[in-house]
Design a protein around this ligand. Sequence first.
Ligand code: NAG
Ligand code: NAG
Ligand code: NAG
Ligand code: NAG
Ligand code: NAG
Ligand code: NAG
Length: 310
Amino acid sequence: MFSEYRIHPALLLLLYCLLCSAGEEVVRLQELEGNTVTIHTGLTGVQSDAHILWFYGPENADIKIVNSLVFKGETNTDYPSERFRDRLQLNRTSGSLTIRNISREDYGVYKLQIITERTSVWSFSVDIYAPVLKPVIRNQAEKHSVTLRESCSPLCSVENGKDLSLSWYEEKERISSISSSDSSERLYLPLNKTNPNYSTYTCVAANPVSSQTTKLNITELCYNSTDPNEGDRMKLLVLIPVLIVALSLMLLAWVWKKKSKQQVPEDAELNYAVVKTKPQNSKEAHEANRAGVTEVQDQSESVLYSTIRT
Ligand SMILES: *[C@@H]1O[C@H](CO)[C@@H](O)[C@H](O)[C@H]1NC(C)=O
Ligand SMILES: *[C@@H]1O[C@H](CO)[C@@H](O)[C@H](O)[C@H]1NC(C)=O
Ligand SMILES: *[C@@H]1O[C@H](CO)[C@@H](O)[C@H](O)[C@H]1NC(C)=O
Ligand SMILES: *[C@@H]1O[C@H](CO)[C@@H](O)[C@H](O)[C@H]1NC(C)=O
Ligand SMILES: *[C@@H]1O[C@H](CO)[C@@H](O)[C@H](O)[C@H]1NC(C)=O
Ligand SMILES: *[C@@H]1O[C@H](CO)[C@@H](O)[C@H](O)[C@H]1NC(C)=O
């Protein structure tokens, strides 16, 4: 039987795709989250009766997201993926796919397949970036010196993200830069100049699709507190409540100590030990005997009670 030797159609397709993906050029796209993104094919006149398919997957494009075919002169475009359905739009003339409100989860591989007499495949790798947040400039010296005038070391920081870099610019020239693959950690970059002059410094946070700039205002950051006594006044403002609290605590402690000395707490357990002592050769008894005093010594032994502290 010949049918047994026929190659299974699925195997044929697999072979075909191995061949097609070998020479396939992947177009890389970097997009901003929330944007409407069009994956352009560069084609202008796709055959009007072509069968157009789009596939998507984070690593391999294996989920069918667009299926558009012409049957008996009628075009039927279907968006089978629940996740993408309302956000996709196919342009049958170019094969281009428009994705509305793209999210970071939509990153991955998008594959276009156009089937006419032959099949053609295009692949796109799409990276989605969150918009960069505005960097914040603080004075690092703030923690150490009360009078800011003495030293000023601006520190720029921003919430980290994928492929994010943080840089200081002097005029148009980049003077330092930092980036970290650990997106969970905030990025910090000091302006490596103590007492910078008034030339224009800017701190720029950027990823491949967006950037944010914060201008350094040295007057505001470093010379804001122009009154040198202001620092001392601030010190006092902080010290007074601290002193009050400390004094109150000391007073409380003193009162408590005094009270606990005066009265024995009711529920405290008291242990008594009976210590019996015999008056041996008591001097008084001896002398009394000598003096002939016949005093009845009915206290042959005396008992002492003592509290044992536990
Ligand atoms: C579809 O793509 C073609 C070719 O790029 C373009 O001229 C046309 O305006 C597009 N149609 C729509 C509805 O965007
Ligand atoms: C865009 O998508 C996000 C979730 O990814 C959603 O919270 C937001 O409401 C959407 N915006 C629009 C305009 O549809
Ligand atoms: C800061 O500048 C000094 C010299 O100007 C240099 O030796 C030092 O490595 C720099 N530090 C950083 C973190 O760039
Ligand atoms: C500020 O510093 C830069 C380089 O550090 C220098 O080129 C510029 O002349 C300085 N400007 C003033 C007003 O000192
Ligand atoms: C810097 O800050 C001071 C004080 O807030 C302000 O008067 C000045 O205009 C600012 N300079 C610039 C260049 O923004
Ligand atoms: C100066 O610093 C104080 C806080 O220390 C702040 O409230 C004020 O807005 C600053 N002045 C300017 C001009 O930025």
